[in-house]
Design a protein around this ligand. Structure first.
Ligand code: HPA
Ligand code: ZN
Length: 323
């Protein structure tokens, strides 16, 4: 029997919960909430999953979020994801959520958080641990981030960290320095998307301005040998998302993906799914695809799985269980 890379026990560390909204659920929620999606059918929506860059994806991603309105919607969304993840060997999942994209539409922050937390609580009964990472939208005014952050401070026990996502190029991290410093002082973890479409300078910026402990994507770090040295020396994990990089044209094909070069460089790489409903696969499919594409053996797959656990923000006790 061949080794089943798909089922490798692992942690998922780069997952936007809104990016798990499958077309079928989007239409079900649209009907439940009386919201009109700008597509006539599941097939038509799926046919729109053809992206030229990050922004072309973000436009559709934010449009589909319109169907998410109630605490129950967020619970159903996260419950569907966690069920699927568990079936693929994910044993710990850290979920990004884009609170600003919901509060800007009049959805209460407490309903977003509450629904996601309900699903995580249910998943815990099935042995899946996890947490929520409040992600700020780097292309939106800092005042919007500050308003959400002020609300989040009333729910600190339900958040494990802060993150930064959305359109990278032209939106440096610096303006979020104050929020991240405060979040870190309050004991939250700090992560940031960087080096996805932007160059290595965006990774340096995330490390220096935000104190990011993990870099989400970071694939362009390889362009700067000094940065690679720093990331290796400091053991800064990079949460790499192969399908996302192909679909958003950060790389031409999976064969061109820098994952093998990143592993050879000694970087602390993990494999993740980003927005699996849109990019063609969840954590298991991403691992399986790179295993096949790059003929990864047992040892390399075990390293990727181990990296995902050590790079996680699970407690030391939980990490020992997952090891
Ligand atoms: N990059 C930046 N922002 C995002 C992404 C991404 O891959 N997915 C959802 N928001
Ligand atoms: Zn992402």
């Amino acid at each position: 029997m061949t080794f089943d890379a798909m089922l490798l026990p692992k942690a998922e560390l780069h997952l936007h919960i809104e990016g798990t909204l499958e077309p079928e659920l989007a239409f079900a929620l649209a009907a439940r909430n009386g919201v009109q999606l700008p597509f006539a059918s599941v097939e038509e929506l799926r046919a729109a999953y053809s992206f030229t860059d990050l922004q072309s994806f973000l436009d559709l991603y934010y449009a589909c979020m319109e169907v998410l309105r109630t605490r129950e919607d967020f619970r159903d969304l996260a419950a569907a994801y966690l069920r699927r993840a568990a079936a693929e060997g994910v044993r710990h999942a850290e979920l990004f959520f884009d609170a600003q994209a919901h509060t800007a539409r009049g959805v209460a922050f407490a309903d977003v958080m509450g629904g996601l937390q309900d699903a995580l609580d249910d998943a815990a009964l099935l042995g899946l641990s996890g947490g929520l990472i409040l992600s700020f939208l780097r292309d939106q005014p800092i005042e919007d981030a500050e308003a959400v952050w002020a609300e989040a401070k009333g729910h600190l026990d339900a958040i494990i960290g802060v993150g930064l996502d959305s359109a990278e190029v032209g939106n440096p991290a610096g303006k979020f320095e104050g929020i991240f410093a405060e979040a870190r002082a309050l004991g939250l973890h700090a992560v940031a998307h960087a080096g996805e479409e932007g160059g290595p300078e965006y990774v340096w910026d995330a490390l220096r301005s935000l104190g990011a402990e993990r870099i989400d994507h970071g694939i362009r770090s390889l362009e700067d040998p000094e940065l690679v040295r720093h990331l290796v020396d400091q053991r800064v994990p990079l949460t790499v998302c192969p399908f996302s990089n192909v679909r958003l044209r950060a790389v031409d094909t999976l064969a061109d993906h820098p994952l093998p070069a990143m592993l050879r460089a000694g970087l602390h790489v993990t494999v993740n799914s980003d927005d699996p409903a849109y990019f063609g696969g969840y954590a298991g499919e991403n691992i399986e695809a790179v295993a096949e594409q790059f003929a990864l053996g047992r040892e390399e797959l075990a390293l990727l799985a181990r990296n995902s656990v050590t790079a996680s923000f699970a407690s030391e006790e939980r990490k020992a269980e997952l090891a």
